[in-house]
Design a protein around this ligand. Structure first.
Ligand code: PLP
Length: 624
């Protein structure tokens, strides 16, 4: 059964096989070509690619591009919309060369373009985009160099749109276009009064950082008119924020932007593009709701609602329908990557067997605790819970003041955990339990130590508590009997995942299988293709993971089309300004000094140096 809610969050790309493997499909529901993820892991291991690995399935990216474009095309056809649709992928969502290259390749049939928010992104885009019909949209704060690059891009035939984000940019753009004799296509980023909920709400609304308010828009029109450049102004742009969970907010913003579009049309601008920015959300928790990690609309509803809203707003004023542009990134790339890692160890909070009676000299507080356990029943469950927590804290104080021994404290901790386990068992028989008792499940959950870094690979999980689906990739025909939370290998107390997707919000533990001595246990975190790779940091100097890309062929066949080795220790040290060669020379001297002092033999020095050098060349993660 679908214990992990795959059908809800998987977008049709994942399923279970009869032998309990998690399968991945090239497009939604294409089960005949499904590939076993554990088999891919075996193939990676055979090729020497150690865990953790970021696995990309390039067919999924292709499928997402098709789905976005075709959904807009069918909404356009169904509603008889007079304009068309073009997508522009925002490079910031995943800047990796391989990702951008594949997007331009798979998106070519739709002239799917790119969006750049900085000079570096524009330079990447200009080098990657060869399709001259695909838009190259320049957002972000612009200096002269940025503007010149955009103008040159236009000159060499790119369909480059310079978006005015700040009033101060326009005079510079006008001056540089004259100087370079380049006629730009201009867009204006507008500030909407509509504001969406969610983590990124500040991108929209009156107080948004970027964009022009209505007075500034009118001033821009007047300036362009005076310069005889009003025909350059062709696009209205806004960005309400990423991961907009509520479709009603999307509609409200479209309506408001159409009013500005209509206004500019009437002012005589050569306006024909309406760029709605990003916002198309991903249903990470599968709840199909307006929770932050979800969305309350489908892809086709999104497209239909946008087209319908634009038509309704502009038909009233008899204004021709624009080409609609969206800058969806999250929804295009999230599904295509998964982070796979192995479990290294488990800590269980299970009590050791207790003695039948306590030693005579035992401190009364420990005795009270023991009595509470002995008299526990469904009727006094809350009272017993309160008591045992109180006595546990008292015992800790006694220990800290040197009043009881280490063994006494250990006994008290065992009684505490035994009582918690008994309370959890009894709580299952009860119809209603209070929130405190509900939390016991979390307190008793095992800790599964896993070979990855939350900070490097799932930064949004740590920084903004975003939920991602996590589950085992095999043994899915066995009932998972353990309840667990996940700890990474950073030894930081924030390096954990203890909130997991659930259709009612989130749950505090993940059902997992017991570890077997003879077999490794692998987990995956899914839908991690958007934002996670470059937002990650080098906490504890754990670096980029290995990246493997597969292409699914027919009948479950697949090929490895890309392998990118993760950072070595030497790479990581050089990012923080060490020179690995100099480090080696220094350490050699330190080891030589140990030989001189007679601490080690010259042979031992050689062995130590070999280990040190191999360490520098090695992977930053746990290696078996
Ligand atoms: N366009 C702009 C201007 C953005 O700032 C962003 C990111 O927030 C996007 C597009 C991407 O939006 P999404 O994450 O919703 O795909």
């Amino acid at each position: 059964s679908d214990l992990y809610g795959i059908d809800d969050w998987g977008g049709g790309y994942f399923s279970l096989s009869d032998n309990g493997d998690l399968m991945v499909m090239p497009s939604p529901g294409e089960i005949r070509n499904a590939v076993s993820i554990p088999e891919v892991v075996e193939g990676m291991k055979a090729r020497g690619m150690d865990m953790p690995v970021l696995l990309r399935v390039e067919n999924i990216l292709n499928s997402r591009i098709i789905e976005l474009n075709e959904s807009f095309l069918s909404a356009i056809n169904e509603l008889n919309y007079g304009g068309s649709f073009i997508g522009a992928y925002p490079i910031k969502v995943n800047q990796q060369e391989q990702v951008v290259e594949k997007i331009t390749q798979f998106g070519a049939r739709y002239h799917h373009g790119l969006e750049a928010g900085s000079k570096a992104e524009l330079i990447a885009a200009m080098g990657m985009q060869t399709d001259k019909k695909a838009p190259l949209i320049c957002n972000g704060y612009k200096d002269q160099e940025f503007i010149d690059l955009g103008l040159y891009a236009s000159k060499i035939g790119h369909f480059c749109i310079l978006v005015v984000e700040m009033p101060s940019e326009l005079p510079l753009i006008i001056e540089r276009s004259k100087a370079l004799n380049a006629k730009p296509v201009l867009g204006i980023r507008i500030k909407l009064s509509t504001q969406a909920g969610g983590h990124w709400a500040d991108s929209g609304g009156d107080r948004s950082i970027f964009g022009l308010n209505t007075t500034q828009i009118v001033q821009a029109v007047d300036l362009l008119d005076r310069e005889n450049m009003l025909d350059c102004l062709q696009m209205v742009h806004y960005h309400l924020g990423s991961q907009i969970s509520n479709i009603r907010e999307i509609r409200t913003a479209v309506n408001e932007s159409c009013r500005v579009y209509a206004g500019l049309f009437k002012e005589g601008a050569n306006i024909k593009y309406l760029d709605l920015g990003g916002g198309l959300a991903v249903d990470y928790d599968g709840s199909q709701s307006n929770f932050l990690s979800s969305k309350n609309y489908t892809q086709s509803e999104y497209c239909t609602d946008i087209i319908e809203s634009v038509m309704t707003s502009l038909d009233e004023e008899k204004i021709p329908h624009p080409t609609i542009i969206t800058e969806s990134g999250r929804s295009l790339v999230a599904y295509y990557s998964m982070l796979l890692f192995n479990v290294l160890d488990v800590t269980r909070f299970q009590p050791e067997p207790l003695p039948d009676t306590l030693p005579e000299e035992c401190h009364p507080q420990i005795q009270y605790m023991f009595n509470a356990l002995e008299t526990l029943s469904i009727r006094n469950i809350q009272e017993c819970f309160n008591d045992v927590l109180f006595y546990r804290d008292e015992v800790r104080k006694l220990f800290n003041h040197g009043k009881i021994t280490l063994r006494d404290r250990s006994l008290a901790e065992q009684i505490f955990w035994a009582t918690m386990n008994e309370i959890a068992k009894k709580a299952k028989e009860m119809k209603h339990i209070g929130p405190e008792l509900e939390d016991i499940e979390r307190a008793l959950a095992d800790i599964y130590y896993c070979n990855f870094s939350v900070f490097q690979s799932l930064p949004d999980s740590w920084a903004i508590e975003q939920l991602f689906p996590v589950m085992p990739i095999h043994r899915l025909n066995e009932e998972p009997l353990r309840k667990a939370i996940i700890a990474d290998i950073t030894c930081d107390c924030d390096g954990k995942m203890d909130r997991f997707i659930d259709s009612h919000g989130f749950k505090r533990y993940l059902p997992l299988h017991e570890l077997k001595d003879s077999e490794e246990y692998f987990l995956g975190t899914f839908l991690v293709g958007a934002y996670q790779e470059t937002l990650g940091d080098l906490h504890n100097l754990l670096g980029d993971t290995n990246v493997v890309t597969i292409k699914i062929l027919e009948n479950g066949e697949y090929e490895f089309v890309g392998e990118q080795e993760g950072d070595t220790v030497a790479n990581i040290l050089s990012y923080v300004a060490y020179d690995p060669k100099r480090l080696l020379v220094r350490f050699r001297k330190i080891a030589e000094a140990a030989v001189r002092r007679g601490k080690i033999s010259p042979q031992e020095r050689r062995e130590i140096m070999q280990v040190y050098e191999a360490g520098l060349r090695g992977y930053t993660y746990f290696e078996r």
